[in-house]
Design a protein around this ligand. Structure first.
Ligand code: OGA
Ligand code: NI
Length: 353
């Protein structure tokens, strides 16, 4: 069986064994729409926005932004180009898959070349036994988008014809929105507004996820519950299968699909820098039996091939707010993140104080 789910999903009537999630990890696909997951209007005055972002980051670790400056036309072009990408002939797509390895990890580094892969849960432990593997019902295409040096863009797909132009424009637009979000978070936390700029947010990735139409969404997962490893993921989702867990009572809600909104999902590093004041968003993705779903994530991470150290922002610490995490190397943290999925914040456990 070919490795990309989209290459065979439409030909099966039942879910093959390797894609069936064990019962204890299954998703309830009938969760209500989270009407109070905040939708933040960026055309409003910034004091109001700051307050809403901080509140949302505490209640869900997730919020949506509208009127963010990336145009509807551009967003429509992005979704179209992503759809066309996955419809390219297999020989074209195989340029981005790895030959030997059926399952391969996406490991962030500044020179991440475009890569097309499938993802599994219960990742093989490097030194031995591993749990039963379950493969998610999704294909992902990922590459670095920033800094946008010419040589990097030349590694992006030449087909579809408009890919480079559209994705280049989009990632630049999202970068500006993301900088604004991070600045407003700093304001709300009482940090200098450029605290996340430079080293901490040096790498930007684009993740284009395709969740093919699935014969039985009750036994599969687009992604099981998890938190993202970096700072923030700004996600475009045209359908509604993204679920978010409310921090307070553990209830799950579907994020309402709002055309052209960007869903901001806080990553674990934001939790560390804010010394626990901002939560990371616990989320998962269901599959659906009606049509393919595409989502486009823009992730921000520190440069992790250097010696980037992550720690709670010192300006926030005091006798009454002692550090909750000790300083750690981002490289080391990411190694744990990619190999230990035993619990949401497994990668932070060694650093908790
Ligand atoms: C992810 C993720 C959500 C989605 O890529 O980490 O959670 O809706 N994606 O695709
Ligand atoms: Ni995620």
């Amino acid at each position: 069986m070919a490795s990309l789910i989209s290459s065979w999903a439409s030909q099966v009537n039942t879910v093959p064994e390797r894609y069936v999630v064990p019962s204890e990890k299954r998703l309830n696909i009938n969760v209500p729409i989270g009407k109070d997951i905040p939708v933040i209007d960026f055309s409003l005055p910034s004091e109001k926005i700051v307050e809403d972002i901080i509140k949302a980051s505490q209640e869900y670790g997730v919020f949506q932004v509208i009127n963010h400056g990336v145009s509807q036309e551009l967003i429509a072009d992005v979704l179209k180009v992503c759809e066309e990408f996955y419809k390219l002939p297999m020989e074209e797509l195989e340029k981005y898959t790895e030959e030997e390895e059926e399952l391969s990890e996406f490991e962030p580094n500044l020179d991440q070349k475009p890569k097309l892969f499938i993802e599994n849960e219960y990742r093989p432990k490097k030194n031995g036994k591993n749990d039963k593997e379950v493969i998610f019902w999704k294909d992902t295409f990922a590459h670095c988008t920033h800094p946008t040096k010419e040589d990097r863009i030349s590694s992006w797909p030449e087909k579809p014809e408009k890919y480079r132009e559209v994705i280049g424009k989009y990632s630049e637009g999202v970068r500006k929105t993301r900088l604004k979000v991070l600045e407003l978070m700093c304001e709300g936390l009482g940090l200098q507004k450029d605290h996340f700029a430079y080293e901490l947010s040096q790498i930007k990735y684009l993740l284009i996820n395709l969740y093919p139409k699935c014969p039985d969404p009750t036994v599969t997962a687009g992604a099981v519950e998890h938190t993202d490893g970096g700072f923030i993921n700004m996600l475009l989702q045209e359908l509604g299968e993204l679920h978010v867990r409310r921090q307070k009572n553990g209830q799950w809600f579907a994020v309402e699909p709002i055309p052209s909104a960007l869903v901001c999902i806080n990553g674990m590093l934001l939790k560390v820098i804010s010394n626990g004041k901002l939560e990371s968003g616990i989320h998962r993705v269901a599959t659906n039996s009606v049509r393919d779903r595409i989502s486009v994530g823009c992730l921000t991470s520190p440069a992790c091939n250097g010696e980037c150290i992550i720690e709670p922002a010192r300006a926030l610490l005091s006798e009454t707010n002692p550090p909750k995490y000790k300083p750690f190397s981002c490289t080391e943290y990411l190694k744990i993140f990619f190999t230990d999925t035993s619990e949401f914040e497994a990668a932070l456990n060694p650093y908790k104080l």
